[in-house]
Design a binder for this molecule. Structure first.
Ligand SMILES: O=P(O)(O)OC[C@H]1O[C@H](OP(=O)(O)OP(=O)(O)O)[C@H](O)[C@@H]1O
Length: 290
C-alpha cells in the first residue's frame, strides 16, 4: 500500500499542527461545516474524541468528505461512545440512545471501530466491526502509584464481569463486590451495599467505566469508610465533568484517576487522550504521513 504525499490520519477535534488538515466551523444557523485540506490516503484513520452531539455531525461530515476524496477504507477510533449508558429503556417514552448512535456509526461503514472501555457489551454488540481496548493500561498505571494492600472494588453488578477479568489479568488481585439501587426515575442512588468484612490497612480501588454525576462513588465511599479502609481511590476510564472532582474529594475519595476522553481535566496523573491513541491500532500508513 502506498501512502506517499497523502494524509492517513485525521484528529477530530483537530489538534495542534493536525489542524492544518481540516477546516471546521459552525454557521450562524447552527450547521457544522467540515473541509478536508490535505489529500486523503485510500486507507485512513479518524481519531475522534466525542465532545458533544455537534461533534457527531462533524464526524459524519468528515467521513463523507474523506470518501469523496477517495478514501475507501476508514478506521474510526472513538474512545468514549455516546449514549452507551442508555443501553436499555428504563422509563416509558425514553429513546434507546445507544442504538441511535450505533446506527449512525454503522451507516458510515467504517472498516473498523475501536472503543476504549465502553459501558457494556450492548454497544459492542450493536456496532458492526467493533473492537475494544480495555482499561488495563490505566489501572496498571494507577496501581504503580498505590503500593501494596490494594483491593479492587466493583461498584455494581454491571461492573462485576469487567472487574473480575481485570483482577485475573493483574495476577489475582482481590475483588470486593458492591451493589447499588438507582431510582431510574431521577437517577438517585437509593441504596448501596458493600459485601466484605473489615478493610483496615487496605487501599480500596474502585474501578468503573465512567463517573457522571458521581453519586455511585460518593455513596460507595461512605460505605467503604465504614469498613475502615485506609484509602479510597477511584479509577474511571471516562469522566463527565470537572465540577464533580471536588464533589468526590469532599466525599472522602482520596484520589481520582481518569482520562480526558471526553473533557479536558487538569491533573498530571491522568491518562491523556494521546495515551489512549497510543493504545489503539495505528494506521499502517502513519509512518509515511506528511
Ligand atoms: O457517576 P454516576 O452518575 O453515579 O454514574 C456512573 C455510573 O453510571 C453507570 O452505571 P449505571 O448506574 O448506569 O448502571 P448499569 O451498570 O446498571 O448500567 C456507570 O457504569 C457508573 O457505575
Amino acid at each position: 500500500m502506498s501512502c506517499n504525499n497523502v494524509r492517513s490520519s485525521y484528529d477530530l477535534p483537530a489538534q495542534g499542527a493536525a489542524s492544518d488538515a481540516l477546516k471546521l466551523f459552525q454557521f450562524g444557523s447552527g450547521e457544522q461545516h467540515v473541509q478536508v485540506l490535505q489529500q486523503s490516503a485510500a486507507r485512513v484513520q479518524i481519531r475522534y474524541r466525542y465532545t458533544g452531539d455537534a461533534s457527531i455531525m462533524q464526524l459524519l461530515l468528515l467521513t463523507d468528505a474523506l470518501k469523496r476524496q477517495g478514501a475507501s477504507e476508514i478506521d474510526l477510533l472513538i474512545p468514549y461512545f455516546p449514549g452507551a449508558r442508555q443501553d436499555r429503556v428504563c422509563n416509558d417514552g425514553e429513546a434507546l440512545s445507544v442504538k441511535v448512535y450505533a446506527d449512525l456509526i454503522n451507516q458510515q461503514r467504517y472498516r473498523q471501530v475501536t472503543l476504549f472501555d465502553p459501558h457494556s457489551d450492548v454497544v459492542v454488540a450493536l456496532l458492526d466491526r467493533a473492537q475494544v481496548v480495555k482499561n488495563y493500561a490505566l489501572i496498571e498505571r494507577v496501581l504503580s502509584q498505590l503500593g501494596n494492600d490494594v483491593v479492587l472494588v466493583s461498584p455494581d453488578a454491571g461492573a462485576n464481569k469487567k472487574v473480575f477479568a481485570l483482577a485475573t489479568h493483574l495476577g489475582g488481585l482481590p475483588v470486593i463486590r458492591a451493589d447499588k439501587i438507582r431510582d431510574v426515575r431521577n437517577g438517585a442512588i437509593v441504596d448501596t451495599e458493600v459485601f466484605c468484612g473489615d478493610l483496615s490497612g487496605k487501599t480500596a480501588l474502585i474501578v468503573d467505566d465512567i463517573c457522571a454525576g458521581g453519586r455511585t462513588f460518593i455513596e460507595l465511599a461512605k460505605k467503604l469508610k465504614q469498613k475502615n479502609c485506609a484509602r479510597i481511590v477511584l479509577a474511571v476510564s471516562h469522566f463527565e465533568g470537572t465540577a464533580n472532582l471536588q464533589l468526590l474529594a469532599n466525599s472522602g475519595i482520596d484520589a481520582v484517576y481518569t482520562t480526558n476522553s471526553i473533557n479536558d481535566l487538569s491533573s498530571d496523573d491522568f491518562l491523556t487522550i494521546q495515551d489512549i491513541w497510543s493504545l489503539m491500532p495505528t494506521n499502517p500508513c502513519e509512518g509515511e504521513q506528511k
